[in-house]
Design a protein around this ligand. Structure first.
Ligand SMILES: [Zn+2]
Length: 335
């Protein structure tokens, strides 16, 4: 058989194969998503050494860079001030910039705007800028994004608008979220299992996390289509932890299979969906829920988070409290 004959045969087989595939399997939808990672340098920075934080960060960023996935990391600078480890912790942040990623502000110590006075919260924004702004300036970059802790944007519309005006006067753009599979809840249990060498539990958590992510994407893709008539450029919320460092490759593969391309946060925010009216006030949540509430159609039927993970997470937290020295601060609930 000549090589051109072989090529034609192969082409014919490919055409036959395509003809018997259902249409939606042939042309996956053109979907886009921006990746954002909160609680830098690490969700559990309090119980990690600077060396471990650097190791975790390097592993996470290697996968993102190899897969050509852009990302913005949001910093809580309070986590840098650990005696004898400040350099290591700042070096972990700098790895983001060295690898071509961007940093944003997540406030100094992660307070909720729904539970502290505006003035205190705004001071937290300013205090959270020091090191991040300096690191960005070394590379002629500007601190331009803010992510609200717990996604809380204020309990009433006046607070929300006043703080938005304050943020834009300081040159910030708010970084919303549309997709969130609560990786932080998995991560606490995963990191505990990792420390104990419980590989079976780690694997069970990863499977559950990926399957819950699928449920979340199914639900919000449909809800966003119902509300705004199309699937906007989505923005995914992740956190800096060992679960993502070890397994983000599997998450990226899962999303690629759904037809997602990975874009920058800047490109995602160009979607007109993010300029539509948003009158939402209340508990922290994603922007698809904001749009639903604003249209008088509050979202219902959100996927249930697996209860066994909630239970294990509470158990891990109780054990951390038991073994901590009196008065010590343990890891707060990150979000
Ligand atoms: Zn957070």
């Amino acid at each position: 058989m000549t090589s051109s004959y072989r090529n034609i045969s192969a082409l014919f087989l490919l055409l036959v194969f395509c003809a018997i595939l259902p249409l939606d399997a042939q042309t996956p939808p053109q979907r886009t998503v921006a990746v954002t990672v909160d609680d830098l340098p690490a969700g559990a920075a309090i119980s990690m050494t600077g060396t471990e934080i650097k190791e975790m960060t390097a592993k996470l960023l290697d996968s993102l860079r190899d897969q050509k996935v852009p990302a913005v990391g949001f910093v809580n600078e309070q986590k840098l001030y650990h005696l004898g480890e400040v350099d290591d912790r700042i070096a972990a942040l700098n790895l983001w910039l060295e690898n071509g990623f961007e940093l944003g502000n997540h406030t100094y110590s992660h307070p909720s705007l729904n539970s502290v006075p505006i003035q205190n919260w705004e001071e937290e924004v300013v205090r959270g800028e020091t090191v991040t702004r300096w690191l960005l300036a070394q590379r002629k970059m500007r601190l331009r994004y803010l992510r609200y802790p717990f996604l809380d944007e204020g309990r009433d519309i006046k607070t929300r608008r006043d703080v938005q005006a304050f943020l834009s006067s300081r040159g910030y753009e708010v970084a919303p979220v549309t997709m969130d599979a609560w990786d932080w809840m998995y991560a606490g249990v995963y990191e505990d299992a990792r420390r104990r060498g419980d590989a079976a539990l780690q694997q069970r958590l990863v499977s559950s996390y990926l399957s819950y992510t699928t449920t979340v994407f199914d639900y919000f893709e449909k809800l966003s289509k119902d509300l705004v008539g199309y699937e906007p450029r989505q923005i995914l919320l992740l956190h800096a932890n060992w679960l993502e460092a070890d397994h983000i490759g599997e998450l990226i593969e899962l999303l690629r299979k759904r037809g997602y391309q990975f874009i920058s946060l800047e490109a995602a925010l160009e979607d007109p969906a993010y300029s539509q009216p948003d009158e939402y006030v209340g508990g922290g949540t994603g922007y698809i829920e904001h749009w639903a509430a604003t249209r008088g159609r509050p979202a219902k039927g959100e996927p249930n988070f697996p209860q066994w993970v909630v239970d294990l997470s509470a158990e891990v937290h109780r054990n951390q409290l038991k073994s901590a020295a009196p008065g010590a601060v343990t890891n707060p609930t990150p979000y």
